[in-house]
Write a protein that binds this ligand. Structure first.
Ligand code: GDP
Length: 286
């Protein structure tokens, strides 16, 4: 999906309209890139309501770093955090428990807690909704809904989900965020070249997870640049075109596929500390 200003306005208006009826917001994030997979509007649109940041895809992210992110979010106002794997019904039930604890803590015992699930495309919102419901409901796709229905999905456990799709666009203002989103697969590869995204990912991984990278691709050394790294992977994996030229596109596909399916290891693309540094640089640029 390409987000045009019309889409953005529609998404925003729908969320604003539905928000007065909501008791708690669940923002789904990709735990490998919690900063880049957020849209800061969530914190604005929730107008002071409690929020649980769900760090999803915890089966793919580095558990040590995910823990740091949980601590980071829990320091924020009226904000809670939980790492999970959306498909896992047992884990999604922990979210229900947390929702109940939070809402009943702050208000009279609510019979039906009204929750809106929000997030950018591809973080796992539909997967989570289906897992919470224990059946197939959501195929939210990645389009903000055109039809306006104010229905609720009754989970029959004291929690109802708003079916207003809380879908927001990924933020692109930061160069790194664009590449990290592309690495995770959240933005389509047509926007950027496979090779470029893979080079970016390799350069980062070679610094953050050198051993995992060397093991996966049987590398003895790690060159500095993403281009040399990708070239090396291509040779190791026999990505050679007729004529003997290395096929960097093919190698890029292998690397991104490996990353997205966890084959290189449990990896995170950003830490809370890195984000502080990046935000300072961004502010200096303005
Ligand atoms: P949405 O666009 O936010 O509704 O995201 P989807 O629910 O459609 O999920 C996007 C992709 O991520 C799908 O391929 C899911 O199978 C996958 N996915 C969702 N949750 C998890 C998870 O916890 N772990 C892993 N490994 N994949 C997940």
């Amino acid at each position: 999906i390409n987000w045009f200003p019309g889409h953005m306005n529609r998404a925003r208006n729908q969320i604003e309209e539905a928000m007065p009826d909501i008791d708690l917001v669940v923002e789904v994030l990709d735990s490998r890139l919690p900063y880049s997979s957020t849209n800061p509007l969530v914190d604005e649109l929730r107008v002071g309501k409690p929020c649980i940041k769900v760090l999803n895809k915890a089966d793919l992210s580095d558990p040590k770093i995910t823990k740091l992110w949980i601590e980071h979010f829990e320091k924020q106002d009226n904000t809670h955090a939980l790492a999970l794997v959306a498909e896992d019904h047992k884990q999604s039930q922990k979210l229900i428990q947390l929702i109940k604890n939070i809402v009943n803590q702050s208000e009279d015992k609510k019979t039906n807690i009204r929750v809106m699930i929000m997030g950018i495309p591809n973080v796992g919102k539909s997967t989570l909704i289906n897992s919470l419901a224990g059946r197939y409901i959501a195929n939210t796709g990645d389009e903000p809904a055109v039809t306006k229905r104010q229905q609720m999905i009754d989970l029959k456990n004291g929690v109802v989900l708003s079916d207003t799709p809380g879908i927001l666009w990924p933020k692109f203002e930061n160069f790194h965020s664009g590449y990290r989103l592309a690495t995770s697969g959240a933005i389509k590869n047509t926007a950027m070249e496979y090779e470029d995204v893979a080079m970016y990912a390799l350069e980062y991984l070679s610094k953050a997870y050198p051993e995992a990278l060397m093991t996966r691709y049987k590398l003895e050394v790690l060159p500095e640049s993403g281009e040399s790294l990708l070239d090396m992977v291509a040779r190791k994996r026999g990505c050679i075109r007729s004529g003997g030229k290395v096929d960097l596109h093919k190698a890029g596909e292998i690397v991104l596929h490996d990353f997205r399916s966890g084959k290189i290891g449990l990896l995170s693309l950003e830490t809370p500390e890195m984000m502080v540094a990046e935000e300072i640089i961004a502010e200096e640029l303005i």
